[in-house]
Design a protein around this ligand. Structure first.
Ligand code: PMV
Length: 298
């Protein structure tokens, strides 16, 4: 009753910000899995344990709650030992909940002998952490409601996500709290009205590999989400001075940015332009990702 799974983190082009009950999102989101930012999780169920033992978990109560869901599905009562390693520093400001809950879901399901489809695994991961639903399928991924599915394999478009680490501090306000307060922003309904058109443009850009269109959409979307975050009650300001400096540094280059719930900047370019962009960003620590496959058992 033991299994190990590796799951990638993912970066959203169209963001998930705001959710209904059971982590059903207000709007569809589209993301790319990251090749270098991964979580490896081993789960072992044992009748010798009297409680779940978690080494280096970021939120033990949430992990136990998630294991209970899987145990219930399998009709198993045994407790588990969970070991987790991130390939990126836990405090790097890169979300570990997506890769973490995707790896936990698939390792635990496998250790329990559950045979579940990709969609079922994605829906289960979603209940643990919304964005984890998108770390299950391969490559470029869309999540509409219950589960996420692959739009294109990782080989579809040789993009780079150069993550510029401008701060290693963990965020003060969790995204969980932020999701529940979206409706306090006067701009949230306007955001929801704009999303369908933006998704259409992004899907065209991905299909035709149109980098300027891709860049225009991800920047517009990033600024829109942060506009809503900053006008929520309480307001969420995730950027710092270097966030702005990175944006300024790439203005004249064939590169575009997006930013999640933290100050670090994800700079996108096509593979052929990677050396040029990297040389411009050399004062910061960089983590360079390619598109990656989804979760897998090792
Ligand atoms: O899955 P959560 O609750 O950590 O939410 C993630 C929210 C953003 O990272 C800001 C956007 C996204 O779609 O990943």
């Amino acid at each position: 009753m033991k299994a190990t799974a590796v799951a990638p983190a993912n970066i959203a082009f169209i963001k998930y910000w705001g959710r209904k009950a059971n982590r059903i999102p207000y709007n569809p989101s589209i993301s790319m899995n990251l090749s270098v930012c991964e979580t490896t999780t081993t789960v072992e169920f044992s009748s010798e344990l009297t409680r779940d033992v978690i080494t280096r978990g970021f939120d033990s109560a949430r992990i136990v709650e998630h294991l209970d869901r899987l145990r219930k599905l399998a009709g198993v009562k045994k407790k588990a030992r969970i070991t987790t390693e991130n390939s990126f520093p836990a405090s790097s400001g890169i979300a570990s909940s997506a890769s973490g809950f995707a790896a936990l879901t698939v390792a635990a399901a496998s250790a329990l002998g559950l045979t579940l489809s990709e969609r079922e695994l994605s829906a289960l991961a979603r209940v643990g952490s919304g964005s984890a639903a998108r770390s299950i399928p391969d490559g470029f991924v869309k999540w509409e409601r219950e589960y996420a599915y692959s739009l294109y394999p990782p080989t579809h478009w040789d993009l780079r996500d150069i993550i510029v680490i401008v701060s290693r501090r963990t965020k003060k306000i969790s995204s969980s709290e932020g999701h529940d307060r979206v409706k306090t922003s006067p701009f949230f309904t306007r955001r929801l009205d704009a999303i369908p058109g933006r998704i259409k443009r992004l899907e065209t850009a991905l299909k035709t590999k149109n980098f300027p269109l891709f860049g225009a959409v991800i920047e517009e979307e990033c600024l829109d989400m942060h506009h809503v975050m900053q006008t929520q009650d309480p307001p969420l300001f995730y950027w710092n001075e270097d966030t702005r400096r990175v944006i300024d540094a790439i203005q004249d280059l064939p590169a575009h940015y997006t930013i999640d719930a933290g100050p670090n900047v994800h700079v996108f370019c096509e593979a052929k332009n990677e050396p040029l962009i990297v040389s411009r960003l050399n004062e910061w620590e960089l983590i360079i990702n390619k598109p990656a496959r989804g979760v897998h058992i090792v």
